[in-house]
Design a protein around this ligand. Structure first.
Ligand code: NAP
Length: 320
């Protein structure tokens, strides 16, 4: 079969031949229709994700949409190494298989779960967002950030502020429901002051796809320089690291502020029932047109070119 094959850690996958998988008893064979190029797929191929794979050559891709042997259209993922979802044929543990609403095309159904469930659960499960609370989405111009802005509104957030660099994407976020935007790379911007002024009393929740310098500015904005007790708390949910894998965090920043930092990833996964409910909710919202994700279909044969393309808030989806 043809597949997007990783030969060398750190190099993009190549369109190549790979032996087709044979499913075990607890697995299902899937004829793939679409698999999206997510940042986790990129990071695993680059060897920079904490769940990186060791065995090469291997097929790229962690999830997708396809048809099982009986023709059922399903979302699937988590194929056993060295298999991946960016191939003509893949396999999936039975627990990962879920039906897809007819109203969603293959590209949308393949692109939505990774970003959409993460955005949904970062807010509802990890941050424990309550009705009326203010939310800052740091890195809102990316695919997942855009969904987080929409999900925050759907979950009853009050003020939602979107921060990013791309002017066109920031304008789109206003259309998608953001109450205000912050342009992170505006000339002479004092980011800490911008964050401090963007929500009265400080943000209740920050969903952070950037880390690095923007997060350091956010932490400066909640740090205090006097002995007045902090009257509010900010729950910062660490989700991505587009601006850097590490920050400098002073002890005083934590002691002087109401800052709580938690991560959203495999270390904070809810139980399977909550996960499945989030999947159903996100897919149903998209089917009703309430959650919007922009996608672009790309032939699997063009995987190498597509791999490092910055699609500016649009998810590239490989089609075998
Ligand atoms: N843990 C999880 O559950 C989970 C799930 C999904 C995603 N993620 C992570 O979340 C992050 C975002 O994912 P995504 O799907 O939204 O990615 P994406 O669609 O590729 O968007 C990434 C965005 O990051 C921004 N960016 C890149 N470098 C930046 C920098 N130096 N400073 C400021 N902004 C920068 C870019 O925005 P501009 O160029 O417009 O500024 C870009 O739109 C990734 O790190 C991804 O791995 C984690």
């Amino acid at each position: 079969m043809k597949a997007a094959v990783i030969h060398t850690v750190g190099e993009p996958p190549r369109y190549d031949d790979f032996v087709a998988p044979t499913p075990r008893d607890d697995e299902v064979l899937v004829h793939v229709s679409a698999a999206s190029i997510t940042n986790i797929a990129r990071m695993r191929a680059a060897g920079t994700h904490y769940s990186r794979r060791e065995e090469l050559p291997a097929v790229a891709g962690i999830d997708g949409v396809g048809r099982t042997e009986d023709g059922t259209r399903v979302y699937f993922g988590g194929p056993r190494a060295p298999y991946g979802t960016m191939a003509e044929v893949s396999l999936s543990p039975r627990a990962w298989i879920a039906p897809v609403p007819d109203a969603l095309d293959d590209a949308t159904a393949a692109a939505l779960p990774n970003a959409g469930i993460s955005a949904w659960l970062s807010l509802s499960h990890t941050a424990g967002l309550r009705s009326g609370e203010s939310v800052l989405v740091l890195g809102a111009t990316g695919v997942t950030g855009r969904l987080a802005v929409q999900a925050a509104k759907q979950q009853g957030a009050g003020r939602v502020v979107a921060a990013g660099r791309d002017t066109t994407s920031l304008a789109r976020l206003t259309e998608l429901g953001a109450d205000a935007t912050i342009k992170l790379d505006a000339p002479d911007i004092d980011l800490a002051a911008e964050f401090a002024n963007a929500a009265e009393g400080g943000f209740d929740v920050v969903i952070d796809y950037l880390w690095g310098a923007p997060t350091e500015a956010l932490i400066r904005s909640v740090s205090r320089g006097d002995l007045t007790p902090a009257t509010s708390r900010t729950r910062l949910v660490q989700v991505g690291e587009m601006a850097g894998p590490a920050i400098s965090l002073s002890a005083a920043a934590l002691r002087s502020s109401g800052l709580e930092i938690v991560g959203n990833g495999t270390g904070s996964m809810p139980g399977p029932e909550v996960l499945r409910a989030a999947f159903t909710q996100v897919m149903a919202s998209a089917a009703r047109g309430e959650l919007v994700i922009d996608t672009e279909a790309v032939p699997l044969s063009q995987v190498t070119d597509a791999w490092s393309r910055d699609a500016k808030g649009t998810r590239l989806v490989l089609v075998p």
